[in-house]
Design a binder for this molecule. Structure first.
Ligand code: KIV
Length: 264
């Protein structure tokens, strides 16, 4: 099977076919999701769901390279995009190229960066050098302290205008897709209708060209994380807890292992 390219993703938007994206951070999940989705994102959300931090700011390039390599080994179909972590693309265009290059060498087919007009020159530089870039506007988690929390963006008229302008500038700078995170659905639809490249929403309503969710969120791995934008398609937290409790009970009661699981 051939891995989807950014041209295939554009074709899907042109043919009004919805794009499906999900995060993965390891080889097992990558092989489980590969055939069902168009894009796999190695998100810097791994700082929260894998590493246990309160935000994504402490994720390093080395972390992203490590997880990208694990995911890349198991993808045969989906396009692999990896997040550029905080401070790996904001300082200079030269650093951005070097760091994006490390992610491509690790197996990513494209990189994702957060921000609007202020990072357009970097996006232009990367894409001119042959590194495909997915942009990310709205709630940009790497700016959590500037935004005052993980809050819905694009509520007032000025913010709405700015987000539309940012998205258009990013497209013009060469971004092949734009993630729209936590913005009103009418605004996301307006941005989607004004862009030629695909939009991929999370907390941005039905009008986007595609959707992305964090795999652990859609699988219900954290029973306490239920933001409005999230639909849980499974409730694995309780299944996992029940399985581990059953295992612990059987070990303590000497019911596992049995003859069936033993060598002679
Ligand atoms: O880091 C991430 O997983 C993301 C998605 C939620 C869009 O940026």
């Amino acid at each position: 099977m051939k891995r989807l390219t950014i041209l295939d993703l554009q074709k899907k938007k042109d043919q009004k076919e919805k794009l499906v994206a999900v995060t993965s951070y390891d080889a097992t999940f990558a092989s489980l999701v590969d055939a069902s989705v168009d894009l796999v994102l190695v998100g810097d959300s791994l700082g929260m769901v894998i590493q246990g931090h309160n935000n994504t700011l402490s994720v390093s390039l080395e972390d992203m390279v490590y997880h990208t390599k694990a995911v890349a080994r198991k993808l045969n179909h989906a396009h692999l995009v990896s997040d550029m972590p905080f401070l790996t693309y904001q300082v200079s265009k030269e650093e951005a190229v070097r760091n994006a290059g490390e992610l491509l060498k690790a197996g990513a087919q494209s990189v994702k960066v957060e921000g609007g007009a202020e990072i357009c020159e970097t996006v232009r530089h990367l894409t001119r050098l042959g590194i495909p870039v997915m942009a990310h506007v709205g709630l940009t988690p790497q700016s959590v302290h500037q935004l005052g929390g993980f809050l819905v963006q694009g509520k007032g008229d000025a913010q709405k205008d700015k987000l539309l302008r940012d998205a258009k500038h990013l497209e013009e700078a060469g971004a092949y897709a734009v993630v729209l995170e936590s913005i009103p659905q009418e605004l996301a639809l307006n941005i989607t209708e004004n862009l030629k490249v695909p939009t991929i929403g999370i907390g941005a309503g039905i009008g986007c060209d595609g959707q992305v969710l964090v795999i652990y969120d859609l699988l219900g791995m954290d029973p306490n994380f239920k933001p409005k934008f999230l639909k849980q398609y499974a409730y694995l937290a309780s299944d996992i807890q029940k399985a581990v409790q059953a295992y612990a009970r059987e070990v303590r009661e000497e019911k596992f292992p049995t003859e069936e699981h033993s060598f002679h």
